[in-house]
Design a protein. Structure first.
Length: 365
């Protein structure tokens, strides 16, 4: 129908940009200038940006403008959330290498998140059908755009809001912070624009940062635990694949090497200490404000992530019957191929159960 077509076209229109001054996590408390876009939550309707209550029910995607790292960094957490995915589900679905994301950027970042390059954020957004709404934020032509806090002398820019949106005579930090705009307009090479930042504006950024840090404690802990568990999952599955490949190749020397590597890795891992621990769950449950009111119907992504499937009866039985002493013996230097493979299988089940816990906790939160 015409209404459905309008809704479809509306959902793919580029969303307006917003300039925001966050406080960085550097010791000197310098500002971190950013561009942001508000995506509707998964299954939600288009956002009325004049409606304050709707602005609170959004997934915000942040792009850091500070030029220090020579590339724009974008937060993936909001992109995953807008697609109905947890952090761990997104990492598993796209198999993002640990070297391709950062939790922190040496204090440059305004908060912990999955920070990735503009290019990777654009590629993932495209696969999730968000290229349209995020077109202005992730436009590769704006890659050179930067803003830098220079303390008392203000903030320097090599870009501006188009004059048709914000008149030059009214151009100031205050007007820029209050204006939504459709695109970034780069200045000519070598040109810069400088805007003063008042003490009040710096204080507001600091207050907002402190308030956000308290509000997002659960989110940050889930991100940290998810990435730690995800990295171990990648190592374990790689070890399992290497062991199977060496076994099928019937190369005794290669098989012996893979047995030793897998045995040593599982032995050194101390999987029982891998988050989330019981203490983590207790704290998370307390931090999650009335989670049952926000669960609703379970939303699943369009692509199945097998690692997050519920453990079946056989897998649960294997975990319940796990003999600690026997598992320790499988770590010994005399462990057979069968024992090492079984130890690896049990360890993978333990880590997988933690992945599922992280996924479910984030969807509840």
């Amino acid at each position: 129908s015409a209404d459905e077509l309008w809704h479809l076209l509306s959902a793919q229109r580029p969303l307006p940009l917003r300039f925001v001054l966050h406080q960085s996590q550097r010791p000197n408390g310098s500002l971190c200038p950013c561009l942001e876009v508000d995506l509707p939550k998964h299954g939600g309707s288009a956002i009325d940006h004049d409606n304050v209550s709707q602005r609170q029910a959004v997934c915000t995607v942040t792009r850091i403008l500070d030029p220090e790292h020579k590339m724009p960094y974008v937060s993936l957490g909001g992109i995953f959330a807008a697609s109905g995915m947890s952090i761990i589900e997104g990492l598993l679905r796209f198999q993002i290498a640990p070297l391709d994301y950062q939790l922190s950027l040496a204090g440059l970042e305004p908060f912990d998140d999955i920070w990735v390059s503009l290019k990777l954020a654009a590629a993932i957004s495209s696969q999730l059908g968000l290229s349209g709404p995020l077109a202005a934020l992730l436009d590769p032509k704006t890659r050179p755009a930067w803003s830098l806090d220079e303390g008392r002398t203000g903030i320097s820019f090599n870009w501006r809001v188009p004059a048709s949106i914000l008149d030059e005579a009214k151009y100031s930090t205050a007007s820029l912070l209050q204006t939504d705009f459709p695109q970034v307009e780069l200045l000519r090479p070598g040109e810069q624009l400088k805007l003063l930042v008042s003490d009040q504006q710096r204080a507001e950024a600091r207050s907002r940062s402190q308030s956000g840090a308290e509000t997002n404690r659960l989110k940050v802990q889930l991100i940290r635990c998810s990435t730690a568990c995800y990295a171990v999952w990648l190592d374990l599955t790689h070890a399992q694949q290497s062991l199977d490949a060496a076994e099928h190749a019937q190369d005794p020397e290669a098989l012996e090497l893979e047995i030793r590597l897998a045995r040593d890795y599982v032995s050194d891992l101390r999987v029982e200490q891998l988050p989330p621990l019981a203490t983590d769950l207790i704290e998370w449950i307390q931090l999650a404000a009335d989670p049952f009111s926000v669960v609703g119907d379970e939303q699943k992504g369009p692509v199945r992530v097998p690692a997050l499937d519920r453990l079946d009866r056989a897998e649960m039985l294997l975990l319940r019957q796990r003999d600690e002493a026997k598992l320790q013996s499988q770590h010994s230097s005399n462990a057979s191929l069968h024992e090492v493979k079984q130890a690896l299988e049990v360890t993978i089940l333990i880590v997988r159960s933690k992945l599922v816990t992280l996924h479910k906790m984030q969807m509840l939160a």
